[in-house]
Design a protein around this ligand. Structure first.
Ligand SMILES: Nc1ncnc2c1ncn2[C@@H]1O[C@H](COP(=O)(O)OP(=O)(O)O)[C@@H](O)[C@H]1O
Ligand SMILES: [Mg+2]
Length: 292
């Protein structure tokens, strides 16, 4: 771990101690080679600590979704290990796997709402699946509270097709947080939204994950989002980066990314005007803090 890495997680703001917090998720030398021979991930290692927002950055096609799909157990790694809450994810089965699913929430890129269900029904679904012995009326009340949390209580009876893109993301967020998870995964949670809606969703995401004390692993290629939400991040190299393809180009907090003179990092961060405007604003700000 680098110096900046040690300044995160629940120990943040406290005096330095020799003990590091226990990671909630650990990725150890992950390699993913697809059957067509393509090596998409090539020796990825990092740790995520309780209550931090960890961002996976990189250009289109660099392997962000592949990595996230391995972290949620949908894809098997070719080699390496994912340890989640201290357990080897890809060895878990049966009740242990179910227990793990309750502790994790997932926010899909498309929102993945079920059209045949109302918004309330969509949020109710994970509660019903996981608490089969609990009175459905009680669970419906919980679902209503979750919809209120994202400001959509009065829209509960609508169908997904009848609401805006930003509202769909909010419903998907309420559903991902329905079981009060310890860890939330999100793949491009603001994709397809305009900058103002993106900022609203980012702020809602941060507020709510903090409120329930969840850590989050967020995939994004949106630089403005990255600076808004990240405690720490990794940036993955893509095909155009030659030998760095599938490897971690930089790992650390937002300060480390801002200060990096790595040409691939600079090209990525400076490409997006939103990110650059943010960098400019930070440069003018005494103390130069990113997070408000
Ligand atoms: N099942 C697969 N078989 C072969 N190649 C794949 C498969 N899934 C993804 N890829 C390739 O892996 C690379 C990374 O994809 P992905 O993880 O979706 O990237 P990102 O989410 O960063 O845009 C892409 O070049 C993609 O074409
Ligand atoms: Mg993707």
């Amino acid at each position: 771990m680098s110096d900046s890495d040690s300044a995160i997680g629940p120990g943040k703001g406290k005096a330095a101690t020799p003990e590091l917090p226990t990671p909630i998720l650990e990725v150890l030398n992950l390699i993913k080679v697809f059957p067509n021979g393509r090596t998409v991930l090539n020796g990825i290692s990092f740790q995520v600590f309780p209550e931090e927002t960890f961002v996976i950055l990189g250009g289109s096609g660099c392997g962000k979704s592949t990595l996230l799909n391995i972290l949620i157990g949908v894809l098997e790694p070719t080699s390496g290990e994912v340890r989640i809450f201290g357990e080897n994810l890809h060895r878990l089965q049966g009740d242990k796997l179910k227990a793990l699913h309750v502790r994790c929430g997932m926010l899909f890129q498309s929102g993945a709402l079920i059209e045949s269900l109302s918004l309330l029904g969509n949020v109710h679904l994970p509660l019903r699946e996981h608490y089969r012995s609990v009175d459905p009326a009680v669970l419906m009340e919980t679902a209503r509270l979750k919809l209120r949390m994202v400001g959509l209580e009065e829209h509960g009876s609508k169908r997904p097709s009848g609401i805006s893109g930003g509202m769909k993301k909010r419903v998907a967020l309420a559903r991902a947080l329905a079981l009060d998870p310890d860890l939330v995964f999100a793949d491009e949670p603001t994709s397809g939204l305009d900058p103002v809606s993106t900022q609203e969703i980012d702020e809602m995401f941060m507020r709510l994950t903090r409120r329930i004390g969840a850590a989050a692993i967020v995939v994004t290629h949106d630089i403005a989002s990255f600076f808004r939400i990240a405690h720490r991040a990794i940036m993955l190299g893509s095909e155009r980066d030659g030998a760095l393809q599938g490897r971690i180009i930089l790992q650390g907090d937002t300060q480390k990314f801002r200060a990096s003179d790595h040409p691939i990092v600079r090209r990525f961060l400076d490409f997006d005007r939103g990110g650059q405007d943010h960098l400019d604003a930070v440069a003018k700000c005494p103390g130069g803090t990113v997070r408000s």
